[in-house]
Design a protein around this ligand. Structure first.
Ligand SMILES: C[S@@+](CC[C@H](N)C(=O)[O-])C[C@H]1O[C@@H](n2cnc3c(N)ncnc32)[C@H](O)[C@@H]1O
Length: 418
């Protein structure tokens, strides 16, 4: 077969799979998937079979709504009967869609491929309010990301064993980004990596802190989230708190309001440290500023044996695995199990913003982080906080990328499992 003929054949196969997926024809799809991938993509729309299967529900919904509002011969008696028929029809369609989507995931369909307008299949299900299909996408995302994390651990072990490759190489293989056209959980990293960020020049604006590529490092709209985090972590005065990442000093300001008995801050960026000095943070009573990356500072802190009633973690341009490493390996040695205002144990919190540039990524990431926290020995309480319309308020003006597009923030407060 020459190249042109091969291309035609491949295209035909792709279209057949997309058609079977869009018609929710499970038998035809199963047959086609014997010799073909579940991840074919239409060159024009960027649709994968998952996109096609979920989008088809919109058409079906429209059709059945149309049928019920203009009764044909089969919906003769009353409009009421037609609505019931439409409802049943819709339910059957949805059931077929669920079977189709399940079959696709069983055959290795990728949960976070983007179509031509930048939507994942989960985004479409969310937009169309198709909860069952949306949940299937989230669950598939959780499975895929957990698997990637596992493979990642094997990779690290392999590298340690063979003594090959430095940190840099390991970092590359850790990426959850599975290609240029997939949505990612670590969206921060699309803009910058931690070492690049730490050597960039920062600009402090009235309402935001940005790096030299206009990436938003910290923004004033997060004040509500910081205030509530501080309230939950330090409910009383005279406690010991450790904060990682000073940024605009918003949460540290709330901590100071208590005030705490000891207030340690780890900060790595020279521009932030300079500003902290100008603002007199180094001289405040009880405040200890540790200059450097937390990865370098924490081992020294562990050696001194300091314990804390509350720990907050909010850095920038770091992967999720950095946060996981922090709560898995560091918090255990720093948080007082007999700390807190009532001696019942200290609390740990973090800025929960991974994947927040699309709902499906946020939901996948939240499930993963909760599981990882549990595995690391933490019980997590979640509080939902409404986030106002940041676009309408012009919050993103002058910022390169919106790292938050959701209307609800999930605030985590973690304690050691009793
Ligand atoms: C999002 S800001 C923190 C905002 C802070 N919660 C507030 O209320 O203003 C992140 C901060 O973490 C710092 N940072 C980034 N990577 C770090 C690292 N590896 N170690 C210590 N600090 C780091 C950044 O320089 C920045 O000041």
């Amino acid at each position: 077969m020459d190249d042109a003929a091969f291309e035609v054949e491949t295209d035909l196969q792709t279209q057949s799979i997309l058609l079977a997926a869009a018609s929710h024809d499970v038998d035809a799809l199963r047959n086609l998937l014997r010799n073909s991938s579940a991840n074919v993509q239409d060159t024009e729309t960027g649709f994968t079979p998952l996109h096609a299967a979920i989008t088809a529900c919109e058409r079906e919904t429209e059709n059945s709504e149309h049928a019920s509002s203009s009764p044909g011969p089969e919906a003769s008696s009353t409009n009421g009967a037609a609505v019931v028929d439409g409802g049943e029809e819709k339910e059957a369609d949805l059931e077929a869609a669920v079977k189709t989507v399940r079959l696709l995931f069983e055959n290795g369909a990728i949960w976070n491929d983007l179509d031509a307008i930048g939507e994942t299949p989960g985004c479409i299900a969310h937009r169309l309010k198709l909860k069952e299909l949306y949940d299937l996408c989230v669950d598939a995302g959780v499975r895929a990301e957990l698997l990637l994390a596992r493979l990642d651990q094997y990779q690290v072990l392999g590298d340690e064993d063979s003594n090959e490759g430095g940190d840099e190489e390991v970092e590359d293989t850790h990426d959850v980004v599975t290609g240029t056209e997939t949505a990612t959980l670590d969206a921060d990293l699309e803009s910058t990596q931690n070492p690049t960020y730490l050597s960039s020049t920062l600009t402090f604006d009235r309402n935001k802190l940005v790096d030299d590529s206009d990436n938003g490092v910290m923004m004033e709209w997060e004040t509500t989230l910081m205030r509530r985090s501080a309230e939950l972590l330090l409910p009383a005065s005279g406690l010991r708190v450790l904060n990682i990442g000073f940024g605009m000093g918003i949460i540290d300001g709330f901590f100071q309001d208590k005030p705490p008995k000891a207030h340690h801050i780890i900060e790595a960026h020279p521009d932030v440290l300079r500003r902290m000095k100008e603002q007199g943070w180094h001289e405040k009573p009880g405040v200890v500023v540790h200059e450097g990356r937390w990865q370098d500072v924490i081992p020294q802190l562990l050696e001194t044996g300091d314990l804390f009633d509350a720990i907050y973690f909010d850095t920038f341009a770091e992967e999720y695995k950095a946060l996981r490493e922090f709560f898995t390996e560091s918090v255990i040695g720093l948080l007082d199990p007999a700390g807190g205002p009532d001696g019942e144990g200290g609390t740990f919190g973090f800025f929960n913003g991974m994947g927040a540039d699309r709902q499906v990524c946020y939901d996948v990431y939240n499930k993963i982080v909760e599981m990882d926290l549990y595995e690391a020995g933490f019980d997590t309480e979640w509080e939902s906080i409404a986030v106002p319309d940041l676009d309408a308020n012009g919050e993103w003006d002058g910022v390169k990328r919106k790292y938050w597009v959701l209307d609800t923030y999930k605030l985590p407060t973690c304690r050691f499992l009793s």
